[in-house]
Design a binder for this molecule. Structure first.
Ligand code: NAD
Ligand code: DAU
Length: 351
């Protein structure tokens, strides 16, 4: 096997850190370069177990900085890119969309430009863009998103991701850039920043804080354990067809209120609380603006082409996730010590 330089963006974030760890451990012949700005969501502690590996390299940088990207592409001659860097939280995008435009759209276009400038022999390369099922908007029962479902983004976050997807396809159609896109459903698992529903609930239940459920909690999301997503990314990076889009999902649709109640039950058991104690913390709060009612994914394309399907059930994944957060209080203390506290308090008091 020949050695190759691989650029992973956003590798200090939640999903990115799982992808970096998988690639560094599994592919010793790849030199993995993790480019990350280290925003509030990026944390090098997520990568502690591979930081000493000789094929792992961290570069602090911002995908909004085109000249830095150009330098990196010239210096390292990346064979491939797996692009995860993004602003990822819907509520933040509603509060302030600008950074979502700058990173998710302009940053992605910068990366596409840098790759195009550097890759003369396009066919030996690949640019893999990680996207979301939120670009499709909401879908009614019993339908599922397929790869050809029309885009209908509702939030500034999903509009920015939809725009970046279009630019990735445009660079393929216009310049022949060898791209792959995947659109994935809601991930959960260790190292997720506790602004997202599952880790927020775990953290609040543990600290006997209110659990804010938006609206009536009837919105449906399809949940995928993050390590299953990382495995799908590995398969698609190596075996996905150029120019194609693939849906990835957990086959685990669940209403928010049911998910929250399940978490309450797991937490009661693990913390030896009396049954129902955690559920008393649930508060129905003002709904998220433009809140999509239902996401549901058909991932038969990746199953049929690459034999991928989720291996972790929601039941097992939630148990493992709760266990991880309960055993990693130091990590939680670190990520919630700065920006997070202010953000959470501000958000909650506005409702
Ligand atoms: P995250 O917020 O946990 O991590 C994002 C990472 O990107 C952080 O490390 C951050 O420091 C970095 N980053 C942000 N702006 C940057 C910039 N300008 N330059 C360089 N680095 C920057 O996000 P996540 O949940 O791990 O999501 C990763 C990707 O997967 C995103 O593209 C997201 O849209 C997509 N996605 C997420 C989910 C999900 O459920 N979390 C589902 C489908 C798709
Ligand atoms: O579908 C994929 C997307 O999933 C990713 O592209 C996003 O990056 C990721 O953040 C996630 O988006 P959601 O908005 O679905 O995730 P979040 O965890 O913020 O919310 C999940 C559901 O729970 C959603 O219906 C809103 C609701 N919610 C969320 C929070 C934070 C609450 O009811 N209360 C809360 O406090």
């Amino acid at each position: 096997m020949t050695s190759a330089n691989l650029l992973i963006t956003g590798g200090a974030g939640f999903i990115g850190s799982h992808v970096v760890k998988l690639f560094v451990k599994k592919y010793a012949h790849y030199q993995v370069y993790n480019l990350d700005k280290l925003t509030y969501a990026g944390n090098l502690e997520n990568l502690a177990d591979i930081e000493e590996y000789p094929n792992y390299h961290f570069i602090k940088g911002d995908i909004q900085d085109f000249s830095h990207l150009q330098e990196l592409f010239e210096k390292y001659q990346f064979q491939g890119v797996i692009h995860l860097a993004a602003e990822s939280h819907v509520d933040r995008s509603i509060q302030n969309p600008t950074e979502f435009i700058n990173t998710n759209i302009l940053g992605t276009v910068n990366l596409l430009h840098a790759a195009r400038n550097c890759w003369n022999d396009q066919q030996s390369h690949r640019f893999y863009h990680i996207s979301t099922d939120e670009v499709f908007g909401s879908i009614e029962e019993p339908d599922l998103f397929v790869e050809t479902t029309a885009y209908d983004p509702q939030s500034p976050y999903s509009a920015s991701k939809a725009s970046s997807d279009h630019f990735v396809r445009a660079f393929h159609n216009t310049y022949g850039l060898p791209v792959i896109i995947s659109n994935c459903s809601n991930n959960y698992g260790p190292y997720q920043f506790p602004e997202k529903l599952i880790p927020l609930c775990i953290n609040n239940i543990k600290n006997l804080l209110p659990i804010p459920v938006y609206g009536q909690g009837l919105n449906v999301r399809d949940w995928l354990y993050v390590e299953d997503h990382a495995l799908a990314i590995d398969l698609l990076y190596h075996g996905g067809r150029i120019g194609e889009t693939y849906n990835i999902g957990g086959n685990h649709q669940c209403r928010n209120i049911d998910l929250v109640k399940t978490l309450c039950q797991i937490m009661d058991r693990k913390l030896s609380r009396s049954s129902g104690e955690s559920e008393n913390l649930i508060r129905f709060v003002k709904d998220r603006a433009g809140h999509d009612l239902r996401y549901a994914i058909d991932c038969s394309k990746i199953r049929e082409e690459l034999s991928w399907s989720p291996s972790v059930t929601l039941e097992t994944g939630l148990e493992q996730t709760v266990e991880w957060y309960l055993n990693n209080q130091t990590w939680l203390d670190h990520v919630t010590s700065g920006h997070y506290q202010n953000y959470y308090q501000e958000q909650y008091h506005h409702r």
